[in-house]
Design a protein around this ligand. Structure first.
Ligand code: 13P
Ligand code: SF4
Length: 332
């Protein structure tokens, strides 16, 4: 297939959908392309296990940002969602950044269009604007500092105590940090579809069936889930917790892709995905993260499409709050 045709198809769909032979060995082909193209694959813990296994680096949002900033290879293949690939491009603009499916968005990023955030800023001009990295480059460009779930507390505490904060877009993470720090925070009304899906009644039921299991949760989960959890933390925080905690069973309230790394890190332990309201599913999966497949990963590396770009004026402005976050986050 020629590149022009591939580009046309891509524009229509946001990802390449070219027939590959049924016996294409994606693992072997992707490994070959990594060498040929001098490419590095960065993957989030919520990706399919086979994508995590072929990645050069797997991490949480913060770890992936640090990694993206230091990539030396020519092409960054981001196995994650759009805002993550954008962050990589903002931090490392000389590199080509590709995302297997451009439609891999995020319900949090969607809840916070830059013009609505600007309107809120105009209403509360004295507030320091802290945005979760799960936002568009345009929203970051009008923010003071970014944060992720693993450094949100540190970032909020870095702001002088008498300074009010506007926190966007995750209401659950915001409410949790507000409670933990006691800070004056105005919180945006966005939520993650994956963490909002957990059922407290079914979670209590699951715990009754597995009374020795420790409940652990991501702070994007609603307050009624966090209240019954023994540990609340980012994806990497949860992985470290299960590795180091002597317990043998855990009920895990976050996207089910994380269980792959947990099982690798602690093969002798049992991980039970927290149940959702919908009784037809046994766990919560991110529909955006799961848009990436091995086939799309292979095609995007082969054709170097779809590419993620950020207009230079937006990039320069968005870089400021991201770099501030990385600097504060690395303070002892
Ligand atoms: P972390 O990677 O910061 O734990 O965030 C999870 C998430 O929802 C990413 O989209
Ligand atoms: Fe967004 Fe939630 Fe999916 Fe993360 S898991 S990309 S926060 S919708």
């Amino acid at each position: 297939m020629d590149l022009e045709k591939a580009k046309k198809e891509l524009q229509e769909k946001g990802f390449l959908d070219i027939d590959t032979s049924s016996d294409t060995d994606y693992v072997a082909e992707i490994k070959k392309l990594k060498k040929e193209k001098n490419a590095v694959i960065l993957a989030h813990y919520y990706q399919e296990p086979e994508i995590q296994d072929i990645a050069d680096f797997v991490g949480d949002s913060l770890q992936l940002s640090y990694k993206a900033a230091e990539v030396d290879a020519e092409m960054i293949v981001f196995a994650g969602v759009h805002f993550m690939a954008e962050t990589a491009k903002i931090l490392n603009p000389e590199k080509k950044v590709v995302l297997p499916d451009l439609n891999a968005g995020c319900s949090l990023a969607e809840s916070c269009p830059a013009n609505d955030l600007q309107a809120m800023k105009d209403k509360y001009p004295d507030h320091t604007v802290i945005t979760y990295v799960n936002t568009s480059a345009e929203a970051k460009a009008i923010s003071d500092i970014c944060c992720t779930s693993s450094n949100a507390r540190k970032i909020v505490e870095s702001v002088p105590e008498d300074q009010p904060i506007l926190f966007a877009p995750d209401r659950n993470l915001g409410a949790w940090i507000k409670k933990e720090t006691g800070r004056d925070m105005l919180i945006w009304d966005g939520a993650c579809v994956v963490h909002e899906a957990f059922s407290i009644d079914r979670l209590i039921e699951t715990h009754k069936e597995n009374p020795k299991a420790k409940i652990i949760a991501h702070p994007e989960s609603p307050d009624y889930i966090l209240k019954v959890s023994e540990y609340v933390g980012s994806t990497s925080g949860m992985i470290n917790y299960v590795k180091n905690n002597p317990a043998k069973e855990f009920i895990v309230a976050t996207e089910a892709g994380i269980l792959h790394e947990m099982q690798k890190e602690a093969p002798d332990k049992t991980f039970i995905p927290a149940p959702v309201e919908d009784t037809s599913c046994s766990c919560s999966e991110c529909p955006y993260m799961k848009m990436n497949t091995m086939k799309k990963l292979y095609l995007c590396m082969k054709y170097e499409l779809p590419e993620v770009n950020v207009p230079e004026d937006v990039r320069k402005k968005a870089l400021i709050p991201i770099e501030k976050m990385l600097e504060i986050s690395s303070r002892k």
